[in-house]
Structure formats: structure tokens, C-alpha cells
Write a protein that binds this ligand. Structure first.
Ligand code: GLY
Length: 387
């Protein structure tokens, strides 16, 4: 077993057993990703089958929204360990993503997920000028989707001019970043208009969220809230709730607008109440019928990162609620759903892309691994802000 790095434990008033768990998990992560990075290299993985990432999204779908998560994992590992190989592979994937910029058609609001984790991460860590240009190019594409009458950024293409999904809250940090590096506040204004619109129409009074809102593109009036990747209209898709927790917390990070933090906390309380009923692992939709039970571990992993983000902004006496919630999630996932075998691609098992999609149900999905890694690195004060 090769142990590269031990890491310091974050100051969260952790008890001894949690410190021990964190160190041990970090050792397992290092062994796993060292082996995986050698096997996968600069292919772009998505869903593992029988312990192998067979499909290479660089070959099959270069504009696919998850194509940044593998370089994101590599940059996190490079930042944490200073192992050059992670950087080399991440930069090779970043180069391949230029084909997506060239293709253009097929890209939508998920340019945030794709380039924050590749070019922007590269620029943040290396100050590489080519990466800066790629990141700003992606930000311009996102800004080009802004509707000034409706005050939102459209999510999807084709005839869906007024469709907006909660996932977008994870994409708009690309705009906050662009404003910061360019010194031009326009991108930040668009991001905040968008966040305000989602705050108004997406987050419900009880802390749950719509996945999709459809707005009138002429004036931004709310037309309908169709079902999306969850059970249906009015339901509560768990990954969507996780996007809201982390996404609003990130908007607070960049703007310090207190309503964003309040929204993140409200959705976090709802999420924690729900997962406490199922051993801190989320079902795909908190409002789906009890039977059949479909799990989505990726929602829990993403929520854990959002909860840890919230701990950075709340007073001392509030921190333990979010910190302990995150730890309960991470330990529950480790106990039942993590595969630490270095010879097996993928860590987090039992992710689900959408409630109805049978093919992508209860499978390991690359973003589940990304969020698990980020959460553990946060505990060690070894993550960097990729969002
Ligand atoms: N952003 C799409 C998803 O969460 O599946």
C-alpha cells in the first residue's frame, strides 16, 4: 500500500474516532486513485460497469455534462498530494474538451460543471493562460444564455427557452469566477439575478425544492413546475435538493447575500430530516412512493459537501448541526456503499441518474466519487475551491 500524504485534520472539534476515520479514508482514497488514474488516464469516465469504466465520453459524447468530474478529481488529488501525474492527466482531458467548445451545439448551462473542474481549476492552480482563456470562453457561453427580461439563465436548448433547473446553481459559480478575474461585474449580476429567480420559484416554504421551473421568456412569470429526474411534479428529487444546498451556499460565498445562506440552510434542514429516516443515505426522491425503494448515493455525497460549505459561514454554536450531518452521511456511505478495492474502478456505488431511468439506476457515477473525494479533502483542509 502506497501512502503518499497524511494530511492535517480540519478544526471541527472532531472526536478521536472521526479523526481516525478521516485519516484512514484518505489513505484508501490515495491508493484507489493512484491505481485508477493509471488505468483510466485521460479517458473521460462516466458510469462504471463491473468495476471498469469502459465508455470514454471523449469518444462518445464530448459535450456531456459530467465530462469535468474526472479532471476535477485529478486536480483535487494534485492539489492535495502535489503528484505531477494527476496534473498531466487533468491537462490532457482539458485539451480534449476543446472539441466541445468547437462543437458548441450540444453545450448548455452545464458548461459550469465542465470547465470549472478542468480549465478553471488548472488556471487557479497553475495560472496557465490558455486555461484562463478556456474558462472565460465557457463563462461567455453561460452568460450568453441569460434572459434579461426573465432574469434567469436558460438551462436547456431547443424549444425550452423558459426552462430552468435547480442544477444550474452549481454552474453559476463560473460567472462569479469570471467577474472576479476579469474585473467586469456583469457576469456576477447575471448570476445573482438567476439565483434570486430560483430563490423565488424553486425553494418551497418547507425547504424542499422543485427540480424544474418553466418561466415565460417574455417576462419571467412562473408558468409551471414539471417533474424532472425525480418522481414527478411537486416531488422532491434528492440530488436536486443537494444541488440547492451546495449551490446557494456557493452563491453566498461569492456575494455574501444573506438570503442565499438562509436558503441553503433551509434546504439542508429538510434534507437532513429526510435522510435521518433512511440511515443518512438518500433515496432518489423523498416524495416517491415507499415502494420500490431507489437509492441515490450521489445526492448524499453532494449534500455532504454543501453541509461542510455551510459550516464555514455559521456561528460556532450552529456548526455542529451541519458538520455532524455531513459526517453521518460520509460514514454511512463508507460503511455500505464504498468500494475501496484499488483494482476496481469507481468508489461510490448505488448512484442513480434519474428516478425513471432503469439503465442508470444503482450504478457508480463519476460525480458521486468526485463529491466523496471533495468532502474528505475538506475534512483534511486539503481541498481547494473548484466551484
Ligand atoms: N445535472 C444533471 C443531474 O444532476 O443529473
Amino acid at each position: 500500500m502506497l501512502i503518499i500524504e497524511r494530511g492535517n485534520i480540519m478544526n471541527y472539534n472532531m472526536d478521536e474516532s472521526t479523526k481516525q476515520w478521516t485519516r484512514c479514508t484518505w489513505e484508501k482514497l490515495q491508493n484507489k486513485l493512484l491505481a485508477e488514474s493509471k488505468r483510466i488516464g485521460d479517458k473521460i469516465p462516466y458510469i462504471a460497469e463491473n468495476g471498469r469504466y469502459l465508455e470514454d465520453k471523449a469518444e462518445t459524447d464530448i459535450t456531456w455534462w459530467t465530462n469535468g468530474f474526472w479532471p476535477g478529481m485529478l486536480w483535487q488529488m494534485y492539489h492535495a498530494t502535489k503528484e505531477e501525474n494527476y496534473k498531466t492527466i487533468a491537462q490532457a482531458v482539458e485539451g480534449k474538451l476543446d472539441a466541445a467548445l468547437d462543437q458548441y451545439r450540444g453545450l448548455h448551462h452545464d458548461v459550469g460543471f465542465m470547465w470549472l473542474h478542468s480549465a478553471v481549476a488548472d488556471y487557479r492552480l497553475t495560472k496557465n493562460e490558455r486555461s484562463l482563456a478556456r474558462g472565460l470562453h465557457a463563462a461567455d457561453l453561460l452568460a450568453g444564455r441569460y434572459n434579461p427580461r426573465g432574469k434567469y439563465i436558460r438551462s436547456w436548448n431547443k424549444d425550452r427557452a423558459g426552462w430552468v433547473i435547480i442544477d444550474s446553481m452549481m454552474n453559476i459559480p463560473l460567472l462569479y469566477w469570471a467577474s472576479k478575474v476579469s474585473g467586469d461585474p456583469r457576469c456576477q449580476y447575471m448570476a445573482m439575478d438567476h439565483a434570486d429567480t430560483l430563490l423565488k420559484y424553486t425553494v418551497r416554504g418547507d425547504g424542499s425544492c422543485n427540480h424544474i421551473i418553466v418561466l415565460d421568456p417574455e417576462n419571467g412569470e412562473l408558468l409551471k413546475t414539471p417533474g424532472g429526474q425525480g418522481y414527478g411534479s411537486g416531488s422532491s428529487w434528492s440530488r436536486g435538493q443537494a444541488w440547492a444546498i451546495y449551490g446557494f451556499a456557493l452563491s453566498y460565498r461569492y456575494t455574501k447575500k444573506k438570503e442565499y445562506l438562509e436558503a441553503a440552510k433551509r434546504v439542508a434542514h429538510y434534507f437532513l430530516a429526510e435522510v435521518s429516516r433512511t440511515g443518512y443515505v438518500s433515496v432518489v426522491d423523498f416524495r416517491a412512493p415507499k415502494d420500490p425503494v431507489y437509492w441515490d448515493t450521489t445526492a448524499s455525497a453532494c449534500a455532504a459537501c454543501g453541509l461542510l460549505e455551510i459550516t464555514e459561514y455559521v456561528p460556532e454554536y450552529e456548526k455542529s448541526l451541519y458538520f455532524e450531518g455531513a459526517m453521518n452521511i460520509l460514514k454511512a456511505l463508507d460503511k455500505s456503499y464504498c468500494n475501496w478495492e484499488p483494482d476496481y474502478d469507481s468508489i461510490l456505488q448505488m448512484g442513480t441518474a434519474s428516478y425513471e431511468g432503469e439503465k442508470d439506476r444503482h450504478v457508480p457515477i463519476i460525480y458521486g466519487d468526485y463529491f466523496y473525494l471533495e468532502a474528505v479533502l475538506r475534512l483534511l483542509e486539503k481541498s481547494f475551491i473548484i466551484w
